[in-house]
Design a protein around this ligand. Sequence first.
Ligand code: KG4
Ligand code: ZN
Length: 369
Amino acid sequence: MIVLGIETSCDETSAAVVSGGRRVLSSVVSSQFDLLECHGGVVPELSARRHVTAIVPVVEQALREAGVDLDEIDAIAVTQGPGLAGALVVGVNAAKGMAYALDRPLVAVNHLEAHIYANWLCDAPDLPAEPVFPILCLLVSGGHTELILMTGHGRFRHLGRTLDDAAGEAFDKGARLLGLGFPGGPAIENAARKGDPRAFELPRAWLSGTHDFSFSGLKTALLRLTEPMRVPESDRAPELTSATSPSGPFRPHRAPVFPDDSPIAELAAGFQEAIVEPLAVKTARAALEFGVRTVVLAGGVAANALLRERLRHEVLELCGPGVPVAYPRFAYCTDNAAMVAGAAVWIIRRGDLVGWEVDVHPRLSLMPN
Ligand code: KG4
Ligand code: ZN
């Protein structure tokens, strides 16, 4: 079965063609870096407008790169939610139109489920083994931080979640405080390479006795440390605005500036460590408690090398070599449509097709209420 996937839940316009739920034939992601850079984050209205202009060329490129014609597509899959309403509308309507015109089934995919199924994707001819159930999944993205027990395809149980900021959101806010740009995860990871993580003491919220997480105290601690180090606004040249700026009518973001000898690398390293440590340690403890057979990482923060390494280390220490830790290929950690097309096959197998009345669901959750 060949599925065309479409993803527009936030700021990436993406289309992909996946065969058999696992083999990626093409994956095209168009990012809005100029907008993000300018505003230090996503502005929903601007993002939605970009999706409108990007969606058709992105789908065409995905079909071309896969070497398949439209009539070879067996089903169309699209992210229904969670995400930004105006962004989701673009993808859902593009998918509806194509499925109707081609007379193919339409599959509405939960973005969080798609992130988890990115662990089944592969672009090499030899497919690696599928993760074995029961699976413990640490889903860490810009909008979510959830610990999920997966007992079979489409069968999820919530164990814990963040009580405030998501892990990716913490990386983004931390990078903003350090003047490192957006998205914050890769920016902090890069800056941290040259820094000693023990140079500053940063707090970890352990929330003992729960499988929950919290990152807002850490963010406040970083704010307190960096505020006195910043170059004061009164010493900075005024911002020059241009008529052609991608900010349009919105005020551009003004990043903080630090003197050259500021310990940005040390702060970035300490901050990264303080996010990663509770995630890795608490996930390993839950893996032992629930006797899972695999641990998987999912979501944009799964691209973080320190998190991958620490999670593998903690699970090996606590559960032994019999419980492997898997993570998606780097390209399928952050938002992409290949994970949507991949998840669709498992959804079709359980008979979950949708009709033309399907609409976006910005607050869609993984668990039925
Ligand atoms: O899954 P994703 O692309 O979008 C959402 O569904 O939210 O995740 C985006 C998040 C951003 O917060 C970004 O800073 C973070 O993933 N991220 C990372 C890394 N790459 C992306 N965080 C830490 N380390 C990375 N290498
Ligand atoms: Zn995502």
